[in-house]
Design a protein around this ligand. Structure first.
Ligand code: GDP
Ligand code: IMO
Ligand code: MG
Length: 449
């Protein structure tokens, strides 16, 4: 098999043998909820493995699968299990970068199993993934009662990543040794109880109850636990194709997002390598999922937010209510300043536009091409929350297409004004538009060749 490049650009760097893409990363290009679940499910047909690389049960990825023999289509909202699970040939991996909530995981496994989806033998969980503990959730919700609210999902994400980087976290592998688990849990709970009592004047946690709960969990999780980095690298050597599924979105990235109104992990494409333990040299395709307008859940700057009837229409037509918390999503027009930044930071090569159909009835559709800050035009995205709060969006307006697109099955059959809108997105971002989604179902996906 010929190497994919004629020479190695760096000594000792392994070059992939694949003629086809070995690892494709799917990232949300905005503030999450772009429709990643739908796109990952669609792309899963052509891959062997789908792997989640960061975040936890704060994610809510919606997938609709067609009903069998005249049955109705079924909708699933996945929080931890990768969105490839509905394709029988796909193995799903929860990588080391994920923070795993045992309660959420077991609930999800049970629900899928009851729905007839086989999980046994198809789900692998990294032994290095950190566990979300009851005290992480307690601390998350207590902190949110303070003055500087992030508007978190309350799933314990921030506190779990704090412990990971503090090097006191409890990992899946710790469940396998009862003594280690007890020692680590006792140390952690003692510390957290101090914090709860002294600082937050809150109720203390019961060490024994938590130990027995997590030991129970060990029995159920055991069959899924493995060294997933080794598995993924061995799979790459066997020329298997991997789809790395990002959760949240680039603008919620702890380093590159609108800090401090972000999540505590790295949803950007860079996070896929550390979150899965695969080398950057294996990545050869990065797909950005872009909703045809913008939404945001939780607090933080949102320059194109529409606090008016148009915003309400986007919310009601788009069904913009959180898949995890049910909170109404804040809605607004597409923002090219943030999108150009997202394309750059992620290295997005191809775009999947979702929810085009939600714009079907608008007379006019606006997009923000630049910001103005204190009377000056700016085209770069300020990630500093204070500056971003102060910018004023400058809009360009497109004519609406005023016709139903959800039944369209070929890109060329879209109304001319819709194609103009889509192609302008490609031009403004200087990136290929690869797919257009016109509804939540699998068959409502158009390829743009
Ligand atoms: P994710 O977190 O990025 O996976 O997105 P969510 O599942 O949280 O939110 C996306 C919502 O939009 C879900 O309810 C999807 O079923 C729905 N959806 C996805 N693509 C489309 C589309 O093209 N059109 C419409 N109308 N709905 C879509
Ligand atoms: P998916 O994968 C949208 C937001 C929260 C909050 C901030 C921090 O479905 O796109 P956290 O609980 O992570 O500490 O909350 O991030 N947030 C999301 N917003 N989609 C998500 O996931 C999100 N996960 C977290 O609303 O503003
Ligand atoms: Mg979501």
């Amino acid at each position: 098999m010929a190497l994919s490049a004629p020479f190695s650009p760096l000594p000792n760097v392994r070059i992939s043998n694949h003629n086809v893409m070995p690892v494709q990363i799917i990232v949300g290009a905005q503030w999450g909820d772009e429709g990643k679940g739908k796109i990952v499910d669609h792309l899963s047909e052509d891959v062997d493995i789908v792997a989640r690389y960061q975040g936890g049960a704060n994610a809510g990825h919606t997938v609709i699968i067609p009903g069998k023999r005249g049955e109705n289509a079924r909708q699933f909202v996945l929080h931890l299990i990768p969105s490839g699970i509905f394709h029988k040939h796909v193995t799903c991996v929860i990588g080391n970068g994920v923070v795993l909530d045992p309660v959420a995981l077991m609930t999800e496994i049970d629900a899928l199993t009851k729905a007839g989806i086989k999980i046994h033998g198809r789900l692998l969980i990294s032994h290095n993934a950190h566990l979300i503990m009851p005290y992480h959730k307690a601390l998350d919700s207590i902190r949110e009662k303070g003055s500087q609210k992030i508007g978190t999902t309350g799933r314990g994400i921030g506190p779990a990543y704090i412990d990971k980087y503090m090097r006191t976290g409890i990992r899946v592998v710790d469940l396998l040794d009862r003594d280690i688990l007890c020692t680590k849990l006792k140390q952690n709970i003692q510390e957290k109880n101090e914090l709860l009592k002294q600082i937050y004047h809150s109720e203390e946690l019961d060490v024994d109850a938590i130990i027995s709960e997590y030991q129970e969990f060990d029995k159920t999780i055991d069959e899924y636990v493995t060294d997933t980095s080794k598995y993924l690298n061995e799979s790459l050597a066997k020329k298997k194709m991997i789809l790395a599924e990002g959760a949240q979105g680039a603008l919620l990235d702890v380093d590159h997002g609108t800090y401090p109104y972000v999540t505590s992990s790295s949803p950007t494409s860079g996070g896929a390598c550390t979150g899965l333990g695969i080398p950057p040299t294996e990545i050869n395709s990065i797909v950005g999922v872009v909703k045809a307008y913008s939404t945001r859940v939780g607090n933080g700057p949102f320059p194109t937010e529409l606090n008016d009837k148009t915003g309400e229409t986007l919310r009601s037509v788009g069904g913009e209510f959180g898949a995890t918390t049910g909170r109404p999503r804040r809605c607004g027009w597409l923002d090219f300043v943030s999108l150009r930044y997202s394309v750059q930071v992620n290295g997005i090569q191809k775009i999947a536009i979702t929810k085009l159909d939600v714009l079907d009835d608008f007379d006019e559709i606006s997009v923000c091409t630049n910001y103005e800050l204190r009377g000056k035009k700016i085209s770069n995205f300020p990630t500093d929350a204070g500056t971003l709060e102060a910018v004023r969006p400058v809009y360009k307006t497109f004519k609406g297409w005023k016709s139903k697109t959800s039944g369209v099955r070929r890109y060329n059959d879209l109304p001319a004004a819709a194609k103009k809108y889509i192609e302008s997105i490609g031009q403004l971002l200087q990136t290929n538009i690869w797919m257009v989604s016109v509804g939540p179902r699998r068959d409502q996906t158009l390829l743009r060749r």
